[in-house]
Every structure is written in structure tokens, then in C-alpha cells.
Design a protein around this ligand. Structure first.
Ligand code: COD
Ligand code: ZN
Length: 394
């Protein structure tokens, strides 16, 4: 797709960049997938993308993954204002920067970050924290200054989770962008912007899986597979995958599971099955489904004294959980994490470097690659369960 850029000319290379003074780039007209309302398909529209203001960065998107959270907005399960440009798992090139931006420059290859890292708030300053105060978890749909950079047919269009990547160009706050290695393949490392890191970080950063341990992963979708990769990379000697759908087992074994079971194969509670299988030695469990019953199953399945259970799946909103506190009294640790507990601006570039060093393989997670304009087809693949990750290329 071609973009019409006013006031300045872009180089037609990967480094499509504005060469002028920060803060002086013009408006860009380009194509974006706009959601005008919930429960409606995406509409490919011409939009205007305003130049980045102070401490903002305008990015040309090269590739973007489709994540279940984007679909939550379409289905109305996640609060959002409309019209909106969703998408939050991408790779791009910095096209221009606003005044005061110091950590990226035009031409840099970057990953936009749905979880910002301002490096000033309590969560950012604490070595164990990552839920930056600037995260847009309430669906404000605007940048830090309270306004949007997108317009379409004369109407403002809202941002999504500080990223909005289903567009040829987006604008993000500097706290929501990480520079990555120039040689990284955009259509692969975009997964490090969400799905992969959410699972992998849950194992290596939040769970702190120890070498030689036994891990159990409940839910073998793309995020669960990434948890398995994290457990493997941390040196777990036994990784048991659990899913109702046995079709998920083969891929799980390919990425590092040592065995897979379905809860349907036994009448016993899954915690008993796992205890028998492992000689009562499950060090870590991960809930990667987002269900209340499996959160309790996962907690009960780790060792009663030294076990750790990590909630990775987002719980259904407005639902409460009842559990026997004895499960915790005996010594278990129950944790949760967003983005795997990773500090986004610090850890995303490191993960890209580790990917380039072949520490893990993202190809296993990418089942489909489609041109951006086929975005609605990409969501059909997600909803029919045919895809793990679909990546859209521009
Ligand atoms: N028992 C066993 N397996 C089950 C059960 C069950 N009762 N129910 C479903 N499953 C299996 C399904 O067969 C499927 O294989 C798997 O669980 C779920 O996988 P997917 O493909 O639906 O989903 P993922 O892996 O892409 O993502 C699932 C999450 C729950 C991790 C995701 O929806 C989520 O909550 N992500 C974390 C939230 C977050 O960090 N959001 C920020 C930006 S995304
Ligand atoms: Zn996501």
C-alpha cells in the first residue's frame, strides 16, 4: 500500500524516515484498519496520522501479530472507545520523533510496547515491578497528553493500549517503544511485543523456574507454548502440557513438553493425576487458559510446600474465586503477571538478541502470514481455532 506524505519526502527503503528537526514532521495519510464499533469487521480506511509531539515517536509498522486481546475489543469483552485502531504486537521503523526524545531516532527498528516502562513510577523503579503507571489498562484510548494522533473522515480515532499497530503508521509515547537489533526479522520478532514474552517471561522471570525442576502448563495455545519454551530454556527437566484438545499435544512436544495429558482421560482430579505421575514433585504450574476452575487446579497441582503457581491467563472480569486457604498455608506461592513480569523497554531488546542467537524459535508459533489488507481473514482464523499466531505484513 502506498502512503501519501505531506510536507516531506520519505526514502523508499526500510529506513523510511524523516530527516528534519525533531517535532517538525508533517501529517501522514495512510491506510489503517479502523474499528468503527464493536461486533463489526475492520474497515480499511485512509487516515491522517499527526506528527509526534514532545516525547512521542511516529513509527512505520512493518509487521503485526493478531492477539486474542484485540478480538476482545471487537467482541465488547474489553472496554474501548470507538472508533479505534487496535493491534499491539508489532515491529516497525521510527519515521520521526518529537522534541525531547532521546532513546530512539529515525531509522531505528523498534517494537511498540503495550506495557510502557516510564522508568519513573514505583513499579518501574522496583526491580520486581513492571506494571508501569502509564499503562492504558482502563481503555482511555489516548496518548499521555490526553489526545489522539489519528483522524479519519474528520473524526478523531482512538489509540489502543499505547500502541495501535493495525495501521501503516502509528504514534506512541517514548515510554512505549523499544529499539531492537536492526537485523531482526520483523515478521517474527513482532511476537516478542506480546504473546511470546507473556508466556516466556512467566516462566523465566515471574516463576523463576529452576534447572532440573518439573513444570506443568495448563493450556497449550500460543501463550502456553511460549511458557513451555521458557521452562525449557530455564532448564526444567520435565514439562507436562495439559489441554482438553489433544490436537495441541504435537506442537507442545515440538517446543519442549516432555509429555502431554488431557484432564478428560481420568476421573481423578488433575492434581492427583500429576502427583502420581511425578512422585509428588511438581515445582511450578502455569495457568494459561484464563478460567477460574483451572486456576485452582493449577494451584492445587504444585507441591504443597515448595510449589509455585503462576496465573498467566487473564481472569474473566467481575468474577470472584473461592479457594481453600490451606492450599497456601502449607507454603505454596501463588503469583500472577502481565507481560510475563518483564520490564518492557529493558527486556524486549534482550529477547530479540536471544532470538537472533537462536535461544528460542518463534516459527513454531506463527501458523499464518497474510497481507495487512486481509486482516478480517486473520481474525476468522483466530476465531475458528485454526491459527496460533497470524502475522500481518505491510
Ligand atoms: N482445561 C484444559 N485446557 C483448556 C481448557 C480446560 N478447561 N479450556 C480451554 N483449554 C485450552 C484450549 O483448548 C486452548 O488450547 C488453550 O486452553 C487456550 O489457548 P488459546 O489459543 O485460546 O489462547 P492463547 O494461548 O493465545 O491465550 C490464552 C490466554 C488465556 C493466555 C490469553 O487469552 C490471556 O489471557 N493473555 C494474558 C492477558 C494479557 O497479558 N493481556 C495483555 C495483552 S494481550
Ligand atoms: Zn496481546
Amino acid at each position: 500500500m502506498k502512503c501519501l506524505i505531506t510536507r516531506h519526502t520519505l526514502r523508499e527503503t526500510l529506513g523510511t524516515v524523516f530527516q528534519g528537526t525533531p517535532g517538525e514532521a508533517g501529517v501522514i495519510k495512510c491506510k489503517a484498519a479502523v474499528l468503527w464499533d464493536q461486533k463489526k469487521p475492520f474497515s480499511i480506511e485512509e487516515i491522517e496520522v499527526a506528527p509526534p509531539k514532545t516525547k512521542e515517536v511516529r513509527i512505520k509498522i512493518l509487521a503485526t501479530g493478531i492477539c486474542r486481546t484485540d478480538d476482545h475489543v471487537i467482541k465488547g469483552k474489553m472496554v474501548s472507545k470507538f472508533p479505534v485502531i487496535v493491534g499491539h504486537e508489532a515491529t516497525g521503523i521510527v519515521e520521526s520523533i518529537g522534541e525531547g526524545v532521546t532513546t530512539v531516532k529515525p531509522g531505528d527498528k523498534v517494537i511498540p510496547l503495550f506495557l510502557p516502562q516510564c522508568r519513573e513510577c514505583n513499579a518501574c523503579c522496583n526491580p520486581d515491578g513492571n506494571l508501569c503507571i502509564r499503562s492504558d489498562i482502563t481503555g482511555r484510548g489516548v496518548l499521555a497528553d490526553g489526545t489522539t494522533r489519528f483522524t479519519c473522515k474528520g473524526k478523531p480515532v482512538y489509540h489502543f493500549m499505547n500502541t495501535s499497530t493495525f495501521t501503516e503508521y502509528t504514534v506512541v509515547d517514548e515510554s512505549s517503544v523499544a529499539k531492537i537489533d536492526d537485523t531482526a526479522p520483523p515478521e517474527k520478532v513482532c511476537l516478542i511485543g506480546c504473546g511470546f514474552s507473556t508466556g516466556y517471561g512467566a516462566a523465566v522471570k515471574t516463576g523463576k523456574v529452576k534447572p532440573g525442576s518439573t513444570c506443568v502448563v495448563f493450556g497449550l495455545g500460543g501463550v502456553g507454548l511460549s511458557v513451555i519454551m521458557g521452562c525449557k530454556s530455564a532448564g526444567a527437566s520435565r514439562i507436562i502440557g495439559i489441554d482438553l484438545n489433544k490436537d495441541k499435544f504435537e506442537k507442545a512436544m515440538t517446543v519442549g513438553a516432555t509429555e502431554c495429558i488431557s484432564p478428560k482421560d481420568s476421573t481423578k482430579p488433575i492434581s492427583e493425576v500429576l502427583s502420581e505421575m511425578t512422585g509428588n514433585n511438581v515445582g511450578y504450574t502455569f495457568e494459561v487458559i484464563g478460567r477460574l476452575d483451572t486456576m485452582i487446579d493449577a494451584l492445587a497441582s504444585c507441591h504443597m510446600n515448595y510449589g509455585t503457581s503462576v496465573v498467566v491467563g487473564a481472569p474473566p472480569s467481575a468474577k470472584m474465586l473461592t479457594y481453600d486457604p490451606m492450599l497456601l498455608f502449607t507454603g505454596r506461592t501463588w503469583k500472577g503477571c502481565v507481560f510475563g513480569g518483564l520490564k518492557s523497554r529493558d527486556d524486549v531488546p534482550k529477547l530479540v538478541t536471544e532470538f537472533l542467537a537462536k535461544k528460542f524459535d518463534l516459527d513454531q508459533l506463527i501458523t499464518h502470514v497474510l497481507p495487512f489488507k486481509q486482516i478480517n481473514e486473520g481474525f476468522e482464523l483466530l476465531n475458528s481455532g485454526q491459527s496460533i499466531r497470524t502475522v500481518l505484513t505491510f
